[in-house]
Design a protein around this ligand. Sequence first.
Ligand code: SAM
Length: 220
Amino acid sequence: MKTDPCKREREEMVEFQIRARGVGDRRVLAAMRKIPRHLFVPKGFERAAYEDRPLPIGEGQTISQPYIVAVMTEQLELAPQDRVLEIGTGSGYQAALLAELAANVISVERLPDLADRARENLARAGVTGVEVVVGDGTQGYPPEAPYNAVIVTAATPDIPQPLVKQLAEGGRLIAPVGPRECQDLVKLVKHEGRVEKIPLGGVCFVPLIGQFGWKGERFP
Ligand code: SAM
């Protein structure tokens, strides 16, 4: 059996950066102990994969800080039978965690090269149950809707309405919402067609670019 060169770093990441800061969901902690985050970062960054910060993944994009990934994942309250939509595949790391916790995951990425790399990363890590789709995720992914959970991993000026529409009854949606520099992490829960909004604190994400997000490479 292959030994895992980063097992200790990963256990320390979960213990000191995540569990110690209040993320207590045992399934989320187990998934983060299991998924080899170092396989989702560019060559040369493998050790840094377990540090408490985001890292560049090319094309001006990032793999998010492990703690923020953990908070967002916990807040999705995933059950094993859930169907999940992720917007912003990036490295594929968040999608790998979602696949560990839910039945199936559609992950939409705007940049084809990143989508290809994410597919390679997921295959290398032995993750199944994720379909990576290239497209404008602000429109969601209607062919597989509705979803029990939707996670947006890029910053949006407002929550794209197609994503709310594609959320199932009882579904949860998490997104960083606000100005380009830093945003509020927001959770929506759909009850009997109405949407409850829960603020979760400040975050800083790269922009969500598309029809219902920011409108181009340059921002007002
Ligand atoms: N979840 C990722 C991970 O685990 O590595 C990190 C995501 S990164 C912070 C944000 C990603 O959103 C980038 O890869 C970016 O290209 C993508 N993105 C931006 N606008 C998008 C859109 N309209 N649809 C899909 N992806 C988008």
